[in-house]
Write a protein that binds this ligand. Sequence first.
Ligand code: ATP
Length: 326
Amino acid sequence: MSNVKCIGILTSGGDAPGMNAAIRAVTRSAIYNGIKVKGIYRGYKGLIIDEIEEFKTQNVSNIIQRGGTILKTARCAEFRTPEGRKTAYDRLVQHGIDALVAIGGDGTLTGARVFAQEYNYPIIGLPGTIDNDLFGTDVTIGYDTALNTIIECVDKIRDTATSHERLFFIEVMGRDAGFLALNGAIASGAEAAIIPEMSVEKDQLAEMIENGFRKSKNSSIVLVAESEVTGGAMGVAERVKNQYPQFDVRVSILGHLQRGGSPSAQDRILATRMGVAAIDAILEDQRNVMIGIQNDNIVYVPFSKAIKNDKPINPDLLNTLRISSI
Ligand code: ATP
């Protein structure tokens, strides 16, 4: 059994809907198991500058339905330095925190891994990012809600696209992952998705235009994943203007809209399951693993695997989009 008497919890990197549900579940499960909880504000930054407060069950009341994170989040350059991490370690000792639950994306877990190795300190990660780009978990907290936001926006843009007979390139987030663009395109009935995973293999734009857009409709919608590799929606639209001037092109960048909003039922359930699993992992003396979900089962994924591997796109999805958009 574990000797952990007190845990710290933080959210870091980009916020994602469902982070609050995860904070709630971690806090309540810890208290249920007789472990104290300290909330650390503003991610690694709050750890360094000592923004730490004890959490009771009521601190996490009435938050399961709220987007964002009550713990706030921040990017923290200092945590990338050995001096910054030393201060962070001293704070943990000072507050009697024996283990940490870090909720965030790839960067957050990379920082957690570096710190855990440096100080032989137990950390459990929860995948909190709308990008769904962490290896070892079928989905990440926030991804489903972001997808739902995307389809709501695309449905609205479709009205104007159809009325004006335009070709719309809609940029969605994903950093260097095409999950939001590809599944967003399938779910919104878009004609195509331009994603970084495919851009290196082929010219998706040229292929799309050569195959002709959907003949049965007078407008077209294409989702583009933000990425240097795809060139983003602006880059793709610029190319079309130069190379295929017959199209009336418009661009819409959904941006931070995608991060906000009340989490979907799926994200609330996922975050709650993962939050409870984080405490189970601590009780089992697990360390330096990310909680993942695979085929509806909770799994422990070593940080080294979750961070270092690129999560592949399922080729079935590409085919599904191609067939369903003829
Ligand atoms: P999102 O996927 O939403 O962008 P993220 O967790 O990947 O979220 P980042 O800004 O990449 O967001 O990382 C969050 C924080 O993690 C950084 O601000 C930094 O404090 C820490 N971090 C990232 N990489 C490292 C590293 N190599 N060493 C130490 N700390 C790191």
